[in-house]
Design a protein around this ligand. Structure first.
Ligand SMILES: Cc1cc2nc3c(=O)[nH]c(=O)nc-3n(C[C@H](O)[C@H](O)[C@H](O)COP(=O)(O)O)c2cc1C
Length: 301
């Protein structure tokens, strides 16, 4: 029977130390509180005393590979209290080396956000299912390969989920978001600068001639263009270029400073809106990737 989910306090850190086999040598009071054991009950016990059955074996396999190799690792972990309640944490575990050998291992855990928990819970659930009919090595290889195909290492996946800001997956969409934004800012500056210098022979490149415009053209028919935000991206992009053209036209005809100022502001606003829509789209795509990981694993299970 599934117990209740416990919420870790904002400032609480759950600490434990073990030997190289994972036998508990130290646990702080916060650890004891969430594990539901007295300190004396924990000392000398194997660390899997708090293991939750919803945790995939593959994660612990990777965990031990890394730690025994002298490397640190971050992991999202669901742990079980003695009475069946459970709690989610992000743990940082690091080995302490002595004469080139791991002598003991330290672990620090903090609470995670609901978003992180929802994402990782789905992945773990499906890995656990997969492990019912596959070896732990197959399960780990599957996870690692699946992420690799999407330009993500395990560590990058953890990083993406770790900060409570938007989780983006621009790499997998091959979108150089920052670069495209930079291009548009520079281009606007370039145009206004030329106008200010009194140049009259300014040509404004068409949307298809900018790097992002080329990307937009090449994206035609791709899956992510079916996302509702894509229409906005496309529209704002056309508006930005249209307004740049207008800026030049106004400058050359009347040089109406007030009008120029307001067009400039509109270009800034549209650029911002364009990249905001793009970010929304990328965020949803990230969710879809995690969703499809679950789907693919289910098909194999
Ligand atoms: C320092 C350290 C901290 C650990 N922390 C946890 C933990 O919080 N939860 C957990 O289930 N396993 C933790 N483990 C891993 C356990 O030793 C064990 O590998 C895991 O619970 C899987 O158990 P199993 O091999 O019986 O399936 C930790 C290991 C070490 C060395």
């Amino acid at each position: 029977m599934q117990g209740e989910e416990l919420t870790i306090g904002e400032h609480e850190v759950i600490v434990s130390h073990t030997d190289v086999k994972g036998k508990i040598l130290y646990a702080n009071s916060v650890f004891c509180k969430y594990a539901g054991y007295e300190m004396e009950e924990l000392l000398g016990q194997p660390h899997n005393i708090i293991r939750h059955p919803d945790m995939p074996k593959a994660v612990f396999k990777l965990f031990w590979q890394r730690v025994l190799n002298g490397e640190s690792i971050y992991a999202y972990v669901k742990n079980r209290k003695k009475n069946g309640d459970y709690y989610w944490v992000k743990g940082f575990t690091t080995p302490i080396m002595k004469n080139g050998q791991v002598s003991h291992i330290l672990s620090y855990r903090k609470k995670i956000t609901d978003f992180q928990r929802d994402m990782i819970e789905g992945i773990y659930r499906d890995l656990v299912n997969y492990e019912r009919s596959h070896s732990v090595d197959e399960s780990l290889a599957y996870l690692v390969n699946f992420l690799a195909e999407r330009n993500m290492t395990y560590d990058e996946m953890v990083d993406r989920l770790s900060e409570d800001k938007q989780v983006t997956n621009a790499d997998s969409l091959q979108i150089d978001q920052k670069g495209y934004l930079f291009d548009h800012i520079i281009f606007r500056e370039h145009i206004t600068h030329h106008v200010d210098m009194g140049h009259t022979d300014i040509e404004v490149t068409k949307p298809c001639c900018c790097r992002f415009g080329k990307f937009v053209e090449a994206s035609s028919g791709k899956d992510f263009t079916k996302h509702p935000e894509w229409k906005n991206v496309d529209r704002y992009h056309k508006d930005v270029h249209g307004k740049l053209q207008e800026y030049v036209d106004v400058a050359q005809k009347s040089a109406d400073r007030t009008r120029l100022k307001s067009i400039n502001q509109e270009i800034k606003d549209d650029t911002e809106k364009m990249f905001h829509s793009l970010e929304e789209l990328i965020r949803d795509d990230t969710k879809k990737i995690f969703g499809s990981l679950n789907k693919v694993i289910n098909e194999y299970a």
